[in-house]
Design a protein around this ligand. Structure first.
Ligand SMILES: [Zn+2]
Length: 60
């Protein structure tokens, strides 16, 4: 099996470079994900946050 190496990817949302670490790649492989992440961790977090905010808003 090929040795995993940290990879620099470009975020689709904010256009910033972010590192897709070897550890994350291993995690993705284990889960069977074939796609690389499209967004940096900050944007992924922001997206999750807004999803939660929407749910909260619905409840009120
Ligand atoms: Zn981003």
């Amino acid at each position: 099996m090929a040795e995993l190496q940290d990879k620099t990817l470009n975020c689709k949302d904010c256009s910033n470079d972010f590192v897709f670490t070897a550890g994350e790649q291993e995690f993705y492989n284990e889960k069977g994900f074939t796609n690389e992440p499209q967004r940096c961790p900050e944007c992924r977090k922001a997206k999750k946050q807004s999803f939660r905010d929407n749910r909260n808003r619905d409840r009120n």
